[in-house]
Design a protein around this ligand. Sequence first.
Ligand code: HEC
Length: 245
Amino acid sequence: MKKGFSGRVAGVLVLVLWAAGLVYAGVCQSISKEKAEEIARYIADVIVAGRGIVAEHQDLINDPKKGEKGFTPEYVERLIRERFRQMTGKDISELDPEARAVVEQVIAAAKMSVQMNQKRINQPGKGFKGYIPAVFGRETGQILKARCNIQIKQTTFKYRNAYNQPDPFERQVLKKFEDPNWPKGKGYGAFVNGKYRYMRPIYIKKACLKCHGEPKGARDIAGRIKEGYKEGELRGAISVSFPVK
Ligand code: HEC
């Protein structure tokens, strides 16, 4: 009996996933080789923007005296669009259709992560909620991978989570980023085995110090060990990859 029920649940799940696949198949078209670099840069821009927004709103998110915080998907979307304009000098609506479709998918995935966490974010009486940049980035990446086969990783040599451990390509590129002569903020991309792979260095900002700063070895508010970074230091990279046609 029990088995029959879970079988049915599984069946419904498969149906839902299949339907979602049908809906998104038309939106997430494979990315052309010519556009790969530009699109990868935009994907990294949106992720870096969203992570920064989550970092800068930690005090609000973790305020135990507040219930509804207004940190809604729509609010985050508006900030992401503003930052995208500041970072690229372009409005998303001005991008060519291929790039724009992908960027809209990344924003939709980011909004979904914020949506999934509304209950947690708005919980009154609770301090640290655990909705941090790394969680935002991981969830947005998972959604984007399922919908569009675009992979996003937040990687570094000093990883807290084994899941973020750099692969051989990422190690090579992180080494480049560590070179003092590498221009600050400059990304690196290459075609590797039918995929385009792109990495964007990320640096420690004020909002990151609370958890990744000094004193080295002390615990952050999540109870994890601080790495002792200083503002401006290389923390790691956003790593983006997708197949190209
Ligand atoms: C509230 C604490 C907190 C803040 C603020 C914070 N982080 Fe983190 N960060 C963490 C935790 C905890 C993890 C491990 C997450 C996991 O287990 O996936 C992490 C993971 C990461 C990772 C993935 C690599 C790894 O260590 O596994 C990167 C990259 C990163 N943080 C960069 C940043 C940057 C850059 C900022 C500022 C914009 C920032 N973090 C702000 C707590 C924080």
